[in-house]
Structures are given as structure tokens and as C-alpha cells.
Design a protein. Structure first.
Length: 268
């Protein structure tokens, strides 16, 4: 899953696109490098960032989605939003896509109902608070158990709303310390055993897991480097994620991640 940010404040500058032309150029590059999914977001969710609101998100998204539908009509798109109105507007414009919601339906009470009604695939992510304050909400008794408990409850909410095809995202970097992020990555198999043994299947297939660790602080802070210098270490984290059961890697650098996937498949 290649990242395209329609913002000017996402933490990795090379993922930022200032309009349809820049977005089309980046998407073309990511597809050439081997992306299976393109994830487009119009609001930064880095720690400390501020929400821009549903109307501004859609103002940024609409021309880009129209251009993408014209230029790349057959690609798999994911839209990074927690607003149900953005989901409805996007569906009316381009049809099916994956909803990538960092709030797992908590920030907009209509989100799960809309996703269920439209029958869309859905990424549910674990977090606490919102990007403006979540860095202070890291007082877990055990972060792995908290994430398992969270998705146990989410599975019930999703079922009630008719959301059948949902993808689990542990929420690396969202209201978690560096140490807690690495614990989650180490314990990823334990989390996935829960969703596979708790009746949380989708049509007989195992629940998929998305991991987004690309160039995040859990990687660059322990090494004392900047996000721009964290590409090699990111690929080490990607290999560990795949070995522990990840199905989808959300990445800034598709070519390098594709190489990791190729090597992983040699031993899988």
C-alpha cells in the first residue's frame, strides 16, 4: 500500500502532493514500483497535527479522485479518512474503495453504518485520543492486551453495523511509546491469533492485518536519525512484520518494500 498525502504537513515530505498533477505523478511512480493499493489521505494524522474537517478534506480529495479515476480506472484505492460524509461523497464519485479509518469508527458515529450500507472494505485502527493529544495517552497496563481487547469489542460493533470485510491495524505510532510499538510488533502473531480464534473470520478467510511502520518514530528515534534517513531500518521492521503475520504493508517507499516482500516469499 503506497502512501499519497494531499497535505503540506505530513511527517515525510516526499509523500506530500499539492494537487491532482502531483498526486497523479506520485501514484504513477508507486504503481511502477509495484504498489498493489494506493492510499490517499487529505488530513495529516501525525502526532500533534490538527484536524482540518470533513469539508476541507473533501475539497482536497475530490479533484484528485476524479483525476485518478480517469487516469488509473482499474487500481485499488484506499482513502484515509474518519468522516462518513467523505466516504459517501467518494463512493458517489468513484464507486468501491477501501476505507482506512484511524479511529475505527469512533470519531464519527455514522462511519460504520455507512461502510456497512455500501459494503466497502474497511481498515480499523487502534488508537487512543486524537492526533492532537494522543502522545500523552500511553499508560497501558499491557499494550498487547489492550489492543486485543479493543478489537474484541470492535468485532461486535462491526458485526452490528454490517461491516463484514474489515482489516486489523494495531496503530503503530498512535498513542504508544517507542517501546510499546516494538512490543506490539513482536506480539503481532498473538494479536492475530485472537482474531482467528475468536470467530472473527470473513467468509472463511483469516482476518487480514495492515502494518504501518514506515519511517515512523519507533524506528528513527532509537537510532538518533531523521525520518529521511530511516529507509534501511524500515525495511528490517517490514520483514519482522511479515514474519509475524502482516498481510499489507502501508509504505512510503514501494520499491524497497516490494523487495522485502519478494525475499520474504522465498522463505514463507
Amino acid at each position: 500500500m503506497g502512501i499519497v498525502n494531499l497535505t503540506d504537513d505530513s511527517y515525510f515530505a516526499q509523500s506530500r502532493c499539492s494537487g491532482p498533477e502531483a498526486a497523479i505523478s506520485r501514484i504513477g511512480m508507486l504503481l511502477d514500483e509495484g504498489a498493489d493499493i494506493i492510499d490517499i489521505g487529505a488530513c495529516s494524522t501525525r502526532p500533534g497535527s490538527k484536524a482540518v474537517g470533513a469539508d476541507e478534506e473533501w475539497k482536497r480529495l475530490e479533484p484528485v479522485l476524479a483525476a485518478v479515476a480517469c487516469r488509473f480506472p482499474d487500481i485499488t484505492l484506499s482513502i484515509d479518512t474518519y468522516w462518513s460524509s467523505v466516504v459517501q461523497n467518494a463512493y458517489d464519485l468513484i464507486g468501491d474503495f477501501i476505507v482506512n479509518d484511524i479511529s475505527a469508527g469512533e470519531d464519527d458515529p455514522d462511519m460504520l453504518k455507512i461502510v456497512g450500507k455500501l459494503g466497502l472494505q474497511y481498515v480499523a485502527m487502534h488508537k487512543r485520543g486524537n492526533p492532537e493529544n494522543m502522545q500523552y495517552l500511553t499508560d497501558y497496563k499491557d499494550v498487547t492486551e489492550d489492543v486485543i481487547s479493543y478489537f474484541r469489542k470492535f468485532a461486535e460493533r462491526a458485526d452490528d453495523a454490517g461491516v463484514r470485510d474489515w482489516i486489523l491495524d494495531p496503530g503503530f505510532g498512535f498513542a504508544k511509546t517507542v517501546e510499546q510499538n516494538w512490543q506490539l510488533l513482536r506480539d503481532l502473531g498473538e494479536i492475530l491469533r485472537f482474531v482467528q480464534n475468536d470467530g472473527s473470520y470473513q467468509g472463511g478467510r483469516k482476518r487480514r492485518c495492515l502494518v504501518g511502520v514506515s519511517r515512523k518514530s519507533m524506528i528513527y528515534k532509537p537510532l538518533g536519525i531523521a525520518p529521511e534517513d530511516s529507509l534501511p531500518a524500515t525495511q528490517g521492521a517490514h520483514m519482522l512484520a511479515l514474519m509475524n503475520g502482516a498481510d499489507i504493508l502501508r509504505v512510503h517507499d514501494v520499491k524497497e518494500a516490494r523487495q522485502v516482500v519478494t525475499l520474504f516469499n522465498m522463505i514463507a
